[in-house]
Design a protein around this ligand. Structure first.
Ligand code: SF4
Length: 268
């Protein structure tokens, strides 16, 4: 018998629901409608099948770090960057992506931050959906999805969940809390911390920790989001003409960078 389908939550869903601090003006709920509710409609599916430039760079940067550590000799070879560039076939990418990825790989080659660390796991970034973690809150049962880039073992025995970033946006603490919640279920006997490292800015965040009551609050927040998202999805399925009322648009200059601007009738 197949697994019972459940509402889900993830950091990505949370970010689509509510903006990070300082991003409130640009937040558009309609993007959640397209990305999570209308994702199987052919024109939306075609958009989602194509990674945006930032997504491509993020994914290939992760793969580059993975390739360096798969064979750490590449971090010593004088042509290590060129080798990884070739393995990832980066010459097939756009000029912008090639230039930024070359810089990311070169910077990492010069400062390989994971080289002297104990790496518990390091993902390539293209493994697909992680296994869901089944969580409960009151009468809500939901699946939490948390794709973790890297887990390190700290000398004091704590797990260190590291998220590798590209681009210039600020770190969002909520993502770290989602990872810490996931770690709490996956490794219940171990304490964990989380941090972000930006591969383009070579900037490491402060380590982030969470108390049991903070993790509980995050679980409750995610349960409510999962439930609300599910209800809004059902509302849309019942009455597709209500799409813009269920997922209100917020048109503005950010529409030019929105991946749905070719299908969105509100795009500016
Ligand atoms: S094009 Fe603009 S209004 Fe439409 S979904 Fe994107 S950001 Fe929202």
């Amino acid at each position: 018998m197949g697994k019972r389908w459940l509402p889900f939550a993830s950091y990505n869903l949370w970010a689509l629901f509510a903006p990070a601090v300082g991003q409130e003006h640009w937040h558009c709920d309609m993007k959640r409608g397209y990305a999570k509710v209308r994702k199987r409609e052919p024109d939306v599916a075609a958009i989602l099948a194509q990674d945006t430039v930032p997504q491509t760079i993020g994914l290939l940067a992760q793969q580059g770090i993975y390739e360096f550590h798969l064979n750490p000799q590449r971090l010593r070879d004088t042509d290590g960057v060129a080798k990884v560039f070739e393995i990832l076939q980066l010459n097939q990418q756009s000029a912008e992506a090639q230039q930024r990825l070359n810089q990311i790989l070169t910077q990492y080659y010069e400062h390989p931050i994971l080289l002297k660390k104990r790496i518990f796991s390091l993902s390539r970034g293209d493994e697909g959906f992680p296994e869901p973690i089944k969580l409960y809150y009151e009468n809500i049962t939901f699946n939490l999805f948390a794709a973790i880039d890297c887990i390190l073992l700290e000398p004091d025995g704590r797990l260190h969940i590291l998220d590798l970033k590209t681009g210039h946006s600020d770190f969002d603490e909520r993502q770290a809390f989602v990872y810490l919640l996931a770690a709490n279920y996956l490794f219940p006997r171990q304490q964990a911390i989380a941090s972000f490292y930006n591969l383009e800015l070579c900037k490491w965040s402060e380590p982030i920790t969470a108390t049991t009551s903070q993790l509980n609050a995050i679980r409750i927040e995610l349960a409510r989001l999962a439930q609300r998202h599910e209800m809004e999805k059902k509302k849309y399925r019942k009455n597709p003409a209500e799409f813009d009322r269920i997922f209100p648009p917020n048109p503005g200059f950010r529409c030019q960078h929105c991946q749905f601007n070719s299908v969105c009738q509100f795009a500016v």
